[in-house]
Design a protein around this ligand. Structure first.
Ligand SMILES: [Zn+2]
Ligand SMILES: [Zn+2]
Length: 451
């Protein structure tokens, strides 16, 4: 053998060894990713993140595991979808499926088409799986559009106040306008770093309350943006302000004994609890109205901001968004008085902190606390009164310098080798996309003949 050919031989052997090591480690990583998603599903299902005051499981992953918000939301979505897909879960657990393939398949997978998709994943590349899912979703949207006109004639929107003071909205919106509303809601939720709401299956077992509650918040924020806009014909911002009537006693931390009804209420609307009134009063315009014993106004004072514009500018420059640990919100922010002005708290930078709507509500009405310690450090407390730390050490579980050895301990009997995750595709093989997409539609409608 010549020197040149033996060098080529050893380079080829090295390439083979590297390839085997990469594919084997990849399979271990997929098995480990499955384990991670199982834990995330349990963490999300039991709302463990809510105990810590976080806005969502994705926010917690971003805060504690260093996962970007988009990737974190995807992890939570995939984790919850997998809980409904036992065969896919079993193969992912054995390291046979990559996360890319699983992420794509969980967008459309259900009990009916799961086996078919797994067949494509076994013999196709990640690109095959991703393209098939994207083509199927495109066709599905087209089919749905054919029903759009029928919905147009049934459009309506009804609103009424319920006995608990909540506005109840019920409606049917035509597809084009509906899509516009969804887009705006999605955008509002993206601004809030909330989970991507629509066009994605919400798997059974996903905690629905935070998701739908976030939709409600997004709708209120859309209304706020519209009303704040100068483009509204013939309007001034003040004309559209929500007016809340509050007595001074209501705003005090420990108000004197009194009949709870009618202490504070929205103008021409329902009663507002004291905690809510205190939150709204933290950062708003105030007009002092003196009434006689019969409720007739005697005098009306000048309108003032509870946080003057100059202090508000300095506060924005200092805090640059919500200060709650782990929160990423920089829009729809309130100034919060750490000691409420109604209790004698100063409107000074030391006594103010920026909070997003969610965390402002948690502090006033949700049992959380916010205070400045004697050393000047700002701290937040959970419902048990414990300080929420920006950084806190989690319990030590186990460690190893060798990831594969560690995974072997964590997930024994995996039997992973260099071929476990490699798809059985033939080089250059073409996919018949029409046939494949048609097959999934046939799985959706089992009564129709297969294509
Ligand atoms: Zn406040
Ligand atoms: Zn926040």
């Amino acid at each position: 053998m010549t020197t040149a050919s033996s060098a080529a031989q050893s380079a080829a052997t090295r390439a083979e060894d590297l390839a085997a090591e990469i594919t084997e480690l990849s399979a271990y990583l997929y098995a480990a990713t499955y384990r991670l998603l199982v834990l995330i599903h349990e963490f999300d299902k039991n709302l463990c993140w809510e105990y810590l005051g976080m806005a969502s499981c994705a926010h917690w992953l971003n805060f504690k595991c260093g996962i970007g918000m988009h990737a974190a939301r995807e992890k939570v979505r995939v984790a919850n979808a997998l809980a409904e897909l036992p065969t896919m879960s079993a193969r992912f657990k054995r390291g046979e499926l990559s996360y890319s393939k699983v992420r794509a398949m969980t967008r459309i997978a259900n009990e009916e088409n799961e086996d078919y998709l797994l067949g494509i994943a076994k013999y196709g590349t990640a690109h095959h799986v991703e393209r098939l899912v994207s083509l199927y979703r495109g066709c599905k949207r087209q089919q749905d559009n054919e029903n759009a006109n029928k919905a147009h004639r049934k459009r309506e929107l009804q609103c009424h106040y319920d006995t608990d003071g909540c506005l109840v909205i019920h409606g049917r919106i035509p597809a084009a306008q509906g899509a516009l509303i969804m887009k705006a809601l999605e955008r509002a939720m993206e601004h809030n770093d909330q989970p991507k709401p629509y066009n994605q299956k919400v798997p059974a077992g996903t905690p629905e309350e935070p998701f739908y509650a976030q939709c409600a918040d997004a709708l209120a924020e859309l209304a706020e943006i519209y009303l704040a806009s100068d483009k509204t014909p013939g309007s001034t911002a003040d004309r559209y302000q929500v007016v809340v009537h509050v007595s001074p006693d209501t705003l005090m931390d420990a108000p004197p004994e009194m009949d709870d009804e009618g202490i504070s209420h929205i103008e021409d609307g329902p009663h507002v609890p004291a905690g809510t009134a205190r939150r709204i009063a933290c950062d708003c315009s105030i007009i002092k109205l003196t009434e006689d014993n019969n409720g007739e106004p005697l005098s009306v004072g000048r309108k003032t901001r509870t946080i003057p514009p100059a202090i508000n500018r300095a506060l924005r420059a200092r805090d640059k968004g919500c200060r709650f640990p782990g929160c990423t919100h920089t829009q729809f922010i309130d100034g919060h008085h750490i000691q409420h002005w109604a209790d004698g708290g100063e409107t000074s930078l030391d006594n103010l902190v920026q909070l997003c709507r969610r965390h402002h509500r948690l502090v006033h009405e949700g049992g959380f606390g916010c205070e400045r310690l004697s050393n000047g450090k700002l701290v937040f407390r959970d419902r048990q009164g414990d300080i929420l730390a920006d950084y806190s050490e989690l319990p030590h579980i186990s460690h190893s310098d060798n990831p594969v050895a560690w995974l072997d301990v964590q997930m024994p009997n995996l039997n992973i080798d260099a071929n476990t995750c490699v798809s059985e595709t033939t080089a250059g093989e073409r996919m018949d996309w029409h046939l494949a997409v048609g097959h999934i539609f046939a799985e959706d409608n089992p009564k129709q003949p297969r294509v």
